[in-house]
Design a protein around this ligand. Structure first.
Ligand code: NAP
Length: 208
């Protein structure tokens, strides 16, 4: 019997911090695209972040580890954390494609992030290496994705796949705002992540 081509999701994000919306989105992608596994890749130096407090990369790595460790189909990678310079997605996708050129790669991230892809480093290379899964909350207008596809000259649904995820009503910015205001983040992030944030005062600078 011929072995089917492995399909692997690469879940890119700053994860500042990781929350249940990210986890539900990755699980939904596994099912919707028949993936074998999802590899979470916290950004090292996010290329597009200025004026926002971004927790130390090692804290974001460890929070992500705590969040995914119990799911058999979730893995994670330090590739962007260990690479110096800005974390360009094109470099990350080439890295994974070289590791296993026979696999089908799916880069999963937020739909709003994908809308900016033309301004990312080397977008052509991104499309050569992977299909994109654009995770959004319900009610997100697909017109914006369609407009992007027109701009890129690709057929609708050929390279960019929208994925509606109700749990993405949760956002990292909302969690940071709550921490800043001294409010509870219980049930928005896994308990181990909540404890890690408190124990290590990961977002204490927000209150300063
Ligand atoms: P962002 O602009 O902070 O996020 C935009 C929206 O997408 C937010 O609502 C965010 O929610 C959501 N989002 C982010 N990652 C998500 C994920 N994995 N699943 C579901 N929703 C997600 O995005 P970012 O974190 O900086 O970047 C996202 C990815 O794009 C990263 O892998 C980053 O390296 C890559 N990127 C690459 C370039 C480049 O190569 N030049 C430039 C920009 C971004 P939360 O805030 O709740 O996560």
């Amino acid at each position: 019997m011929v072995k089917a081509r492995r399909a692997i999701g690469l879940m890119g994000g700053t994860f500042n911090p990781i929350h249940y919306g990210h986890l539900v989105a990755a699980e939904a992608a596994l099912d919707a695209f028949n993936l074998d596994q999802v590899i979470f890749i916290p950004s090292g130096q996010p290329p597009h972040k200025s004026g926002i407090f971004v927790a130390d990369a090692e804290h974001r790595y460890l929070m992500t580890f705590l969040a995914i460790v119990s799911n058999q189909r979730f893995e994670m990678s330090r590739v962007e954390i260990d690479r110096s310079g800005p974390s360009y997605t094109s470099d990350t996708l080439s890295y994974f494609d070289q590791l296993d050129a026979s696999a089908a790669w799916y880069f999963i991230t937020g739909a709003d992030a994908i809308l900016d892809i033309v301004s990312w480093h080397n977008p052509d290379s991104i499309f050569r290496h992977a299909q994109l899964i654009a995770a959004s909350r319900p009610g997100y207008s697909l017109n914006r994705i369609r407009a992007l596809e027109n701009q890129l000259g690709v057929k609708s649904g050929e390279r960019i796949h929208p994925l509606e995820v109700p749990a993405l009503a949760i956002s990292s910015s909302q969690i940071r705002e709550r921490l800043k205001g001294g409010l509870s983040i219980k049930y928005l992030v896994p308990e181990a992540v909540e404890h890690y944030i408190v124990k290590n005062a990961v977002y204490a600078a927000l209150k300063a």
